[in-house]
Design a binder for this molecule. Structure first.
Ligand SMILES: C[S@@+](CC[C@H](N)C(=O)[O-])C[C@H]1O[C@@H](n2cnc3c(N)ncnc32)[C@H](O)[C@@H]1O
Length: 215
């Protein structure tokens, strides 16, 4: 597996912090109306096609998977960290959570109506992200949607930049560069929401929620 080293390091780092992370972020959507708006739009476009399951890839402790379930989607979660998956199963016993790698998903071709990747591609070295996007494309049905969230880089001379994430090495992307990388993977941008940094944010980065569709 091409991202083996990065994934092992990420998995170990998230295993170590899983309970703290779950505690800190379990209710985060309550104070994030714009995130809820994009998740709501994602749920609507996926439901409108009437098809299939939705995977929350890099689901962490499962709180967003549970929100997708509340929105009426047939959602399940996948994460590389077994400690995160254990916590997700405990917190949301009615939902399915699997340990797995985004670079080699145990999901059939074209099986999904939607893929959510919320702050989970940030830990993959940028040159390896196309492998993950190819997996997203493979598991989506034609017309299926991807919603991806990540921290943005504003510097046009650096389309990707490493940043000091509290858990594991992480990378921010220029939104245009990420959209172009998606396009090369057969995923066309539908819309993007740019959230400006707020005074209470720990890091003063823009946040991007980008909705794309498989052609
Ligand atoms: C910043 S957390 C985001 C969790 C959740 N999506 C959220 O919005 O709070 C990143 C998660 O992605 C997972 N992850 C990162 N790279 C992964 C990969 N290549 N395959 C599977 N999971 C991965 C980590 O284990 C971690 O739980």
């Amino acid at each position: 597996m091409i991202e083996h080293d990065a994934l092992s390091a990420t998995r170990e780092a998230y295993d170590a912090v899983a309970p703290v992370y779950a505690q800190r972020f379990r209710d985060e959507l309550r104070d994030r109306p714009l995130d809820r708006a994009m998740l709501g739009a994602f749920a609507e476009v996926v439901s409108a096609r009437g098809d299939g399951q939705v995977a929350d890839l890099g689901c962490g402790p499962g709180h967003i998977t549970a929100y997708l379930d509340e929105l009426g989607l047939a959602a399940f979660g996948v994460d590389g960290s077994s400690a995160m998956i254990e916590l997700a199963r405990q917190a949301y016993p009615g939902l399915r959570f699997d340990v797995g790698s985004m670079a080699a998903l145990n999901i059939a071709d074209g099986a999904l109506g939607g893929v959510l990747s919320r702050w989970s591609v940030i830990h993959t070295p940028p040159q390896e992200v196309p492998v993950i996007l190819a997996e997203f494309h493979r598991v989506l049905a034609p017309g299926g949607h991807l919603l991806v969230g990540f921290s943005a880089s504003d510097d046009p001379s650096h389309p990707t930049q490493v940043f000091d994430h509290a858990v594991a090495p992480a990378y921010r992307w220029s939104p245009d560069h990420f959209a172009a990388t998606l396009r090369k993977s057969g995923l066309a941008e539908v819309a993007r929401m740019v959230r400006e940094p707020q005074p209470t944010d720990r890091r003063q980065f823009k946040e991007i929620h980008l909705l794309a569709r498989k052609g």
